[in-house]
Design a protein around this ligand. Sequence first.
Ligand code: AMP
Length: 240
Amino acid sequence: MNAMERSALVNTSTEGANVNIILIGAQGSGKGTQAALLVQSLGIVHIASGDLFRAASQEQTELGKKIRSYLDKGELVPDEITVQMILNRINKPDCASGGVLLDGFPRTVAQAQALDKGLQGVGQQIDLAIYLQVPREELISRLSGRYICQAHQHVYNIYTNPPKVPGVCDIDGSNLYQRSDDRGEVVEKRLNIFFSETIRLLDYYRAENKLAEVNGKQEIDHVHMEIMKIIKNWDRSPPK
Ligand code: AMP
């Protein structure tokens, strides 16, 4: 899709619509990239649990240290910390009108249930859950090549999308680094959690008639276009 086509799509989009979306996808599925495009197209608030945890893990507090220990091992942070953190974020004023895009949360059915309950309490609900489907072998190769810029988290892949100068961000010139949890066994562990736990969310949202599946092995723009079509065709009436 060229810039004009994208702009046409965006101009007829659901910009400003009050839609609450969950983006489900394994690590390396392109979830972060698609989230950034959706935020641009729809003007909704992006809430990425991993980003919130990475920021919290830098704090020199007991909670910060505790969170860091889970992140370093590639394990899920316990629900009582996670659910509270996300609900606090959703209750901030910027989320009240335009809708939210949840990325990385929920990751378990228990979290999905807690989210539904928390949203009901403020008269909101999840409208759509979009699953970005990518085979496991592809995910491993994408993750082991992934490097991120220190300044603004721009994402590169040393095999498929390398920077012009090795180790340096094309956009802002900052150094690139590999996330500690994108290496070796930790990648395997995170993918195991996804394919054993998080995948169950598909049944949860399918049963509520809210699930849409997208082939995440296409070009970035095509994936975006498919997601935008799903959102445009989304029926606001509650599931029968
Ligand atoms: P991500 O960037 O989404 O891969 O998340 C990085 C790490 O943050 C994960 O490996 C977990 O340790 C933690 N995390 C992010 N989201 C959640 C969640 N919904 N539940 C529990 N832990 C999470």
